[in-house]
Write a protein that binds this ligand. Structure first.
Ligand code: DQA
Length: 149
């Protein structure tokens, strides 16, 4: 890719409350600080970023269905929607862009309901990174950059 790759950073339900959530799973960084940190990493990696967070599932679906011409890849932490929003998976399939799934906490080693991810097996899913806190986002940006090269 000759110009800078454009990465859409999507955050779902309750992520805006970071800093007020269970620190043993999510750490103490606030949501604004997390987005700022992601921007800095993206700049270092020469990636263009656009951020979107919502607590409304339909809003996220609408956003994803219109993403096609404005992004080359997607990085998503869908929060609890990860575990049951098959509509979200379908929307990402329509968007058809390389997608990285990120979770701050280790969803494979928490409550049973968190062990399901609707993104598993999604044709465009590049990889899932979980349990690495904010550093997982940096790793995800690197993976996505490689994928888009
Ligand atoms: C999360 C894990 C989800 O199970 C939870 O509902 C979240 C955050 C994470 O980043 O670890 O809201 O996606």
């Amino acid at each position: 890719m000759s110009s800078r790759a454009r990465v859409e950073i999507l955050h779902g339900a309750n992520l805006e409350a970071l800093g007020r959530r269970d620190a043993s799973h999510y750490g103490t960084l606030g949501f604004d600080q997390l987005e700022q940190q992601i921007s800095e990493w993206a700049r270092e990696l020469d990636l263009e970023t656009r951020f979107f967070q919502t607590n409304h599932e339909g809003e996220l679906l609408d956003h994803i269905l219109r993403i096609e011409d404005t992004a080359d890849g997607i990085l998503i932490n869908a929060g609890a929607w990860t575990h049951y929003s098959w509509a979200l998976r379908d929307a990402l399939e329509v968007a058809a862009l390389p997608t990285m799934e990120v979770h701050l906490s280790d969803i494979a080693n928490r409550e049973d309901f968190r062990k399901v991810s609707v993104f598993e097996g999604l044709p465009t899913l590049v990889a899932t990174i979980m349990g690495k806190g904010p550093a997982g986002y940096r790793e995800a940006l690197i993976r996505l950059k490689e994928e888009l090269a």
